[in-house]
Write a protein that binds this ligand. Structure first.
Ligand code: AMP
Length: 578
């Protein structure tokens, strides 16, 4: 992408533009589709379906182009990765390919990344910032402590750079100017963001944040998991960080030369006063409650995705954030941004997102109450019904046409004429043996209810995952828990029963009653096990910033299953169904 002058940010203008666009959501959608089809009129994929430069009407488009999933597009994208530069899916240049984190679907997906997606990203950031800043204004010349990590970008054998979507964004020449224009300049030097070692990068993000502590206006990671992970790490390493500040010498754990040089410049000499302040703050906290405002006294909020699969981390994050508001980051994916949080005061539990009508052409596939696709065709952006759940279907500038995203959302209202939605879950079932159907959300709710029993003992679930064990006859669900302390076996037995009872899907309950599904098994794993799982994913190219813990481990994922199984310290079988 050519570096261009990023426009000066004007909060009122951005909000006015959003108002105008959402009041005319229907026309904006039609115009967006027209532009996408016009810009991509020479795309081979579209021509194969009989779309030519004259097709502008949404009905004609929908009649000719089928709904697809990532699997359908895989062969086309593979040709692009292999260096075929003909206009396969898009007529626009594809300077990079994004690799989705792969932890939500269980395997990585390749997605074309174009200049238009980058512009969409900056537009979304501006819009969300305008609404945030109206409610929580930040000071001029402030900074943001951003736990962001640019994972490795590799060049495919066809010569195309491949990296996670966030990596493609951070490496883009317009990223830094875009962040600066919305007063969100990172504390850490670029060398930290681009460090090949994510552990060293995290340490340096924490250290940089403290060095700029008075300027830090908000604290951010893409996902709540990243924020919790950062401050858990701080709990372990804070004394070392304080020593670095006191002596003005960087810890020997930082070995990447570029990172050492950049951080040494930032440290610039001993600062015993700051070291003492941080030491006193840390020692005065009770169980680290309110750590974030203690470290960053001028921060106004904590920001990151806290909805959907990130909900389990909200409790811990709230603990670290003390009285600071938690603001939910917007809704998007490697395939493109979809909706902005224009009501930043809502808590993560209540957060909704307003679809931004010029980011793509959106359709919504109605789902029945059981989560099945209904026979009804998808409806347009302004035709959705409040209270109904849908799967999101996206057509973007970067070669995805009528692409099923695999996410379930619920329409909770309208912002002007554009839908306000709540993220519900990933579409695919994760736990199913026979007629039972449980999604990630069902697992989350079962864990939440069982964790209440544990909370009575002042213990928390640090992280969890699951797998379906069909090696036993009958098959059964296995839930892995890492917990924050030791407790009696009878407490864990209660939790296990609670987990089993927590799956309220009729298929599961009836199968349990007639014993066509065996007793649910709770396996408690050693402290640090989920960190090892994360390490494993980082080792195979996942980005630290985009990481999502796999909530169900497929049998094919031998390595992760092995990490979990090797670290089991105790096992319980449910007696809830006799
Ligand atoms: P990735 O595949 O790594 O690009 O991750 C994108 C996925 O993360 C989306 O398809 C959603 O499933 C999830 N996601 C993104 N934004 C949110 C959000 N605000 N709330 C909940 N889940 C989200």
């Amino acid at each position: 992408m050519l570096e261009k002058k990023v426009e000066t940010f004007n909060m009122n203008r951005v909000i006015d533009e959003f108002e105008e666009m959402t009041r005319n959501a229907d026309q904006v959608q039609k115009q967006t589709l027209k532009e996408i089809l016009h810009k991509n009129q020479s795309a081979i994929y579209l021509q194969n379906f009989g779309i030519n430069g004259n097709t502008t009407d949404p009905e004609a488009f929908k009649a000719l182009v089928p709904l697809v999933t990532d699997l359908d597009l895989e062969p086309y994208i593979k040709r692009m990765v292999d260096g075929d530069t003909s206009p396969i899916l898009t007529a626009l240049p594809v300077p990079a390919i994004s690799l989705s984190s792969g932890t939500s679907q269980g395997r990585p997906k390749f997605i074309p990344f174009t200049d238009e997606l980058m512009e969409n990203t900056l537009q979304l950031f501006r819009t969300a910032f305008a609404f945030r800043n109206r409610d929580f204004p930040i000071d001029d010349n402030g900074r943001a402590l951003q736990f962001i990590f640019s994972s490795k970008q590799y060049i495919s054998k066809g010569g195309v750079p491949v990296g996670t979507a966030t990596t493609n964004v951070y490496r883009n020449p317009n990223f830094k100017a875009g962040m600066k224009s919305i007063q969100s300049l990172c504390c850490s030097p670029d060398e930290v963001i681009f460090s090949p070692d994510v552990h060293q990068a995290l340490y340096c993000h924490l250290l940089s944040g403290i060095l700029f502590r008075d300027q830090v206006q908000y604290v951010f990671a893409s996902f709540a998991h990243g924020l919790v992970h950062a401050f858990r790490t701080f709990e372990q390493l804070w004394e070392e960080i304080v020593t670095d500040i006191e002596d003005g010498v960087l810890s020997s754990r930082i070995t990447v030369p570029s990172v050492r040089t950049a951080m040494a410049k930032l440290l610039s000499g001993p600062n015993p006063e700051l070291a003492e302040t941080i030491r006193t703050k840390c020692m005065s906290l009770s169980n680290w409650y309110g750590l974030i405002p203690a470290l960053f006294p001028n921060s106004k909020y904590v920001y990151g995705i806290m909805t959907g699969s990130m909900e389990p981390y909200v409790k811990k994050l709230r603990h670290y954030a003390g009285e600071l508001p938690l603001v939910s980051h917007d809704y998007g994916s490697s395939e493109g941004w979809i909706a902005a949080n224009v009501r930043p005061r809502l808590s993560p539990e209540e957060a909704t997102f307003a679809v931004v009508p010029n980011l793509g052409y959106f359709e919504f596939l109605p789902l029945s109450e059981t989560g099945e696709t209904e026979e009804r065709p998808p409806v347009g952006l302004t035709e959705v019904k409040i209270g109904q759940e849908y799967e999101v279907v996206i057509t973007n500038y970067a070669g995805l046409y009528r692409y099923r995203l695999g996410d379930v959302v619920k329409i909770v209202g309208f912002y002007n004429k554009t839908p306000q939605l709540k993220f519900i879950c990933r579409r695919n079932l994760i736990l199913s043996i026979n007629i039972d159907k449980n999604t990630e959300r069902d697992l989350q709710m079962s864990v939440e209810s069982a964790a209440k029993r544990l909370a009575e003992e002042k213990i928390e679930v640090i992280d969890f995952s699951s797998h379906v064990d069909v090696k036993t006859e009958p098959g059964h669900y296995v839930i892995y828990w890492e917990i924050s302390g030791e407790t009696e076996d009878d407490v864990l037995q209660d939790c296990c029963n609670c987990l089993d009872k927590g799956f309220i899907d009729a298929g599961y309950m009836s199968s349990r009653k007639c014993k066509t599904i065996g007793a649910l098994e709770l396996r408690v794993v050693e402290r640090g096990t989920f960190r090892k799982v994360q390490e494993h994913f980082l080792g195979i190219g996942s980005s630290a910033g985009q990481f999502k813990m796999p909530r169900c481990v497929k049998p094919s994922n031998v390595k992760v299953l092995q990490i979990l199984c090797d670290n089991v310290v105790s096992r319980f079988f449910s007696t809830a169904f006799g």
